[in-house]
Write a protein that binds this ligand. Sequence first.
Ligand code: SF4
Length: 233
Amino acid sequence: MAVKVWTQEELKKISASLEGKDPEKAIKWAVDNFSTGDLALACSFGPEDVVLVDMLVKINPEARIFYLDTDFLFKETIEVKDRIEEKYGITTERYGAKITIKDMEREFGPELWKSDPDKCCDIRKMKPLAEALSTLKSWITGIRRDQAPTRANAPIVSWDAKFNIVKVNPLVRWTSEDVWNYIRANDVPYNPLHDQNYPSIGCGPCTNPVKPGEDPRSGRWAGKEKTECGLHK
Ligand code: SF4
């Protein structure tokens, strides 16, 4: 069967038609238009992503879900991965860096995440992400428009020119409150660190707790200009 090639104009229209609708409609559109093997959710096990796991698995229990293991994930993140897999009866796909932390240290010096975080993210996140996306025609992500100015205009469906695949962002219109209401209402497993002032969780060396009232993402790469690892730029 020939694989449909989506034009940017078509994707724009689809995205506009999904505005104002429940996130499940965007997921359903993706599931209906891409084969199970060609579509996957990129899951960091943050609040938005665990919501999407719940929604996606209810629509397609066979759906592909992958995560990026930087080798710097909190043990609580791996534990929530295990709880998610158990609750939904799924196996998530792991993509990781081709070099160990020790080899990275030998090649680039100690604590690359401090001396050159972009390089570190490139090795441990961007390259594994590119490898995961090379197996797909479409990916689903949990970004929301109010998370950061860089995400304020994120469409629901678009052509991701960086990776040459269709990107689906079902939760763009949701607030953090919407996300947490869904988690509670559906009893979705989540990372317990969120209850300990870690609203946004990435790698151990680059994630700090935030004080009440601070920007939720200010705990990521604190003290550095960096605000994104590059996944959604
Ligand atoms: Fe490295 Fe920090 Fe990026 Fe993780 S978030 S890959 S530790 S720079």
